[in-house]
Design a binder for this molecule. Structure first.
Ligand SMILES: C[S@@+](CC[C@H](N)C(=O)[O-])C[C@H]1O[C@@H](n2cnc3c(N)ncnc32)[C@H](O)[C@@H]1O
Ligand code: SF4
Length: 245
């Protein structure tokens, strides 16, 4: 058994007891981390706080990334994404590769717009374990309205090709991830059908989170006037799921 395995396993045990009994004075080190490779983005989605930020934007350098990994030798898993489009960082796949060499399992989330043939090839030969691709609509009209800067046709083409090129390989696991909002609620069944057609592994629905305290944010939560019962909202979604099975 390697020294790393022993260290990571004992750290997890310590962290578990910290969490259960010693919350104010932890002794363990992190075994998972969210690392933001960039806070730049090529979209301006209406529900996302990055769209209204006026804070400085930039990329994490590869040296900074290596420094973080050196500082936390107990890491076992990592989400290489934050508020921004991770594939805009030109060192993204180099970072995934370094994480692999440190035996860290990596997940990411992308808007899918930059998954051209070359990046798909890099993604498929990388050690990424799981990739979420955000798709907040089943039609160009809705998707492009919710995600200014996007092109529905291009994103669909990128996902479709990615699935063809990955074929039956087990990794990376590919999931389409959708934030349910007023504008796309009734398209959810169609979105499931579209994902089925593109042969993605899973489709997940995330309810819209609040405005993160940013007052300029438009409230996009689901209209209680329009939907009087929870079942009204969910029935079309449920029909879509049944149609699939
Ligand atoms: C911040 S984005 C970063 C990755 C990439 N730019 C993307 O769009 O997939 C990560 C995820 O957060 C979701 N997201 C953004 N704003 C949200 C909100 N207000 N509530 C819930 N999810 C949100 C996005 O749809 C995306 O799936
Ligand atoms: S693409 Fe992702 S990071 Fe960019 S604005 Fe949309 S949700 Fe936010």
């Amino acid at each position: 058994m390697s020294f790393r395995v022993v260290r990571c396993a004992s750290n997890m045990v310590i962290s578990y007891f910290d969490y259960r009994y010693l919350k104010p004075s932890p002794h363990g080190f992190p075994y998972t981390a969210d690392i933001e490779p960039t806070n730049r983005c090529n979209f301006r989605c209406g529900m996302c706080q990055t769209s209204v930020w006026n804070r400085p934007r930039g990329d994490m350098t590869f040296d900074q990334f290596r420094y973080i990994l050196d500082s936390i030798p107990t890491l076992l898993t990592m989400q290489l994404v934050g508020m921004g489009e991770p594939l805009l960082n030109s060192d993204f796949f180099k970072m995934v590769d370094l994480a692999k060499r440190r035996h860290i399992s990596v997940k990411t989330t992308t808007n899918g717009s930059l998954l051209d043939a070359e990046r798909r090839k890099e993604l498929l030969k990388s050690s990424l374990r799981h990739v979420d691709i955000s798709l907040d609509g089943a039609t160009a009209e809705t998707y492009e309205k919710l995600r200014p800067g996007s092109c529905f046709e291009k994103t669909i083409e990128n996902i479709t090709q990615l699935m063809v090129e990955r074929g039956s390989a087990q990794t990376p696991h590919i999931r389409v991830w959708c934030v349910a909002q007023q504008e796309n609620l009734e398209e959810l069944p169609k979105l499931v059908e579209l994902c089925h057609k593109m042969k993605v592994d899973n489709v997940g629905i995330q309810w819209l989170l609040n405005n993160f305290g940013i007052t300029e944010f438009e409230d996009k939560s689901i209209s209680a006037r329009r939907y009087s019962r929870k079942s009204d909202i969910l029935s079309s979604w449920h029909r879509g799921c049944c149609a699939r099975s």
